[in-house]
Design a protein around this ligand. Structure first.
Ligand SMILES: Cc1ncc(C[n+]2csc(CCOP(=O)(O)OP(=O)(O)O)c2C)c(N)n1
Ligand SMILES: [Mg+2]
Length: 282
């Protein structure tokens, strides 16, 4: 079984610093991908980055040289449009060369707008059509439970994505089967494509919904790495699946993108890109 960084780095302050450094790198790299490709989803990349960085650079056990290792922890980016952040993370974690990120969404590149498990090592299942990541994760978690395997299964869903009914079938099954090996992080940025979630199909009271389906629920600031680490590192034993409602800011880290629906799939011009990079370096 490969070790998570958390197991090798006992000092919490060091772990926090390391994850923050990785998050800064991911944000900048994802934004460069969107800028160069002239397409992508920067708002959702930036809101999910701190959770992703905590998972890959602290909590999860994996060996990038053996992406199919049966003992690996599994991660599914259910909001599959956030490939800028996902591919940057997978490259930094060693699943494929960082230089390949320059091919993002180019003809013949395997780094498509939505992730493909056949093409990219480290991608567990194809996503993009919203509402499918959690159902697949529930299947993987049931398999782990039957096999008495000790791997864990993590999913990031969008909040707008939760308007897809398939999530709630999966949530009901996970609660019924007490899938304690499963953690869902809801990227609760309160925006979907073009509008606020509560103005479209409201989700509140969101935590109570998951609780009613038999889940443990924790609400957290999704950019607070120090708070995320102990929730994701498996240090608390659980008897039920865990839903982390991660309150985030869409476009986090770039002032003019923050909380703006237009940056869901906006592309910065050269001046905006330079400004964004300056802010992310600060
Ligand atoms: C089934 C489906 N319907 C519509 C879309 C188009 N779409 C892509 S992203 C998105 C909004 C998603 O919002 P949210 O889940 O809140 O993601 P985030 O805010 O993190 O970007 C939509 C409607 C899709 N990918 N799949
Ligand atoms: Mg959202």
């Amino acid at each position: 079984m490969p070790q998570a960084l958390a197991e090798r780095r006992p000092d919490l302050a060091q772990r926090v610093l390391h994850v923050r450094e990785m998050a800064r790198w991911i944000r900048k790299r994802a934004l460069r991908m969107v800028f160069e490709a002239r397409q992508g989803h920067p708002g959702g990349d930036l809101s999910a980055t701190d959770v992703l960085a905590t998972l890959y650079f602290d909590s999860m056990r994996y060996d990038p040289g053996q992406p199919a290792d049966p003992a690996r922890d599994r991660f599914i980016m259910s909001k599959g449009h956030a490939t800028g952040a996902l591919y940057s993370t997978l490259a930094k974690a060693g699943f494929f060369p960082e230089e390949e990120l320059t091919t993002y969404m180019q003809p013949l590149s395997r780094l498509n707008g939505h992730p493909n498990r056949v093409k990219i090592p480290g991608v567990e299942t194809n996503t993009g059509p919203l509402g499918h990541g959690l159902p697949v994760a529930v299947g993987i978690a049931i398999a782990g439970q039957i096999d008495r395997a000790d791997y864990r299964v993590f999913v990031i869903t969008g909040d707008g994505e939760l308007q897809e009914g398939s999530n709630w079938e999966a949530a009901m099954t996970a609660g019924h089967r007490k899938l304690s090996n499963l953690t869902v992080v809801v990227d609760r940025n309160r925006l979907q494509q073009g509008a606020g979630t509560e103005d479209t199909v409201g989700l509140e009271p969101l935590g109570d919904k998951w609780r009613a389906f038999g889940w443990d629920v924790v609400e957290v600031n999704g950019h607070d790495v120090e708070a995320l680490i102990p929730l994701l590192d498996g240090s608390v034993a659980r008897s039920r699946p865990l839903c982390i409602v991660a309150n985030t800011i869409k476009g986090k880290g770039v002032s003019f993108m923050e909380n703006k629906a237009s940056w869901h799939h906006g592309v910065p011009n050269a001046e905006q890109y330079a400004q964004a990079m300056k802010e992310l370096d600060a």
